[in-house]
Design a protein around this ligand. Structure first.
Ligand code: ZN
Ligand code: FE
Ligand code: FE
Ligand code: ZN
Length: 259
């Protein structure tokens, strides 16, 4: 796989391995553009993310790796930022970097992708939860604060699936993403979860391709052995719906390259 823009570091407190180990794993799987996008700091749920004070250290690590491996791979600097109304900080949003991935991990105060809180799915109207989730994704696109949509249909992580057609549930969010000229990542982490398929699902990717929304790729690695895992599968899936180019970003500017 050629481009991989979604990878974490130990600073988020739920990943292991050094930045050098990640970059060396990326070089071994022939990745040409490798981006770190660790969980940005936030005054909410601080134990699963770096602190504001650690942003300098994070950026230093990434820039050191960029220089050290410059003749083997291009290392990019990003952040994965939570779309959580009331908790998005200009310190993060205005930080100079290559790109920001916007991710919805919370519906109100519920971290729905955290197995600790899986009990909260019980007794809920699942279609209503999907509607609320995609309303947040739509608002995230309309906010204009981010470059890339992280794991578009993350809510399926534990295999609680809607009874309504996912394409209808996601329709307004996809329109907003298209209008905002954002990129959607194909994220491999879903293969490692109960749902056992990428985000977004093949059926949603068909709609995304019809809308001609640019795509990129992400391992969402929290360990170096997750880098590039299922890379062939997601590139093949993208090709099967007509893509032959993917996006990368430098200094918040998008470039499209063949993959
Ligand atoms: Zn994480
Ligand atoms: Fe995420
Ligand atoms: Fe992530
Ligand atoms: Zn993620």
């Amino acid at each position: 796989m050629k481009v991989d823009l979604h990878n974490h570091t130990v600073l988020c407190n739920h990943a292991t391995g050094t930045v050098a180990e990640y970059v060396e794993a990326a070089i071994a799987c022939k990745i040409e553009y490798f981006g770190f996008s660790d969980h940005a700091p936030m005054h909410y749920d601080p134990k699963y993310r770096m602190s504001f004070e650690q942003m300098d250290l994070y950026e230093l690590w990434v820039k050191e790796a960029r220089e050290k491996y410059a003749n083997q791979i291009t290392v990019l600097l990003g952040y994965e930022v939570d779309y959580l109304p009331g908790y998005m900080d200009d310190t993060v949003l205005n930080r100079p970097c290559d790109y920001l991935i916007g991710s919805v991990h919370f519906i109100d105060d519920w971290g729905f992708d955290n197995p600790e809180f899986i009990g909260r799915y019980e007794g809920l109207d699942i279609d209503e939860i999907y509607r609320r989730y995609f309303t947040l994704v739509e608002a995230m696109a309309k906010s204009g604060k981010f470059d890339i949509i992280g794991h578009l249909d993350l809510l399926k992580v534990f295999k609680f699936l809607p009874t309504k057609d996912i394409r209808l549930l996601a329709q307004e969010a996809l329109k907003a993403i298209k209008k905002a000229n954002m990129t959607i990542e194909i994220n491999m982490a879903g293969y490692r979860k109960p749902i056992a398929e990428p985000y977004p699902s093949p059926i949603l990717l068909e709609t995304i391709a019809e809308l001609e929304i640019p795509i990129t790729f992400g391992s969402d690695a929290h360990r170096s052995d997750q880098i590039g895992l299922f890379g062939d599968e997601i590139e093949a899936m993208a090709r099967s719906v007509g893509y032959d180019k993917c996006a990368l970003y430098r200094a918040r500017d998008r470039e499209m390259i063949k993959f």
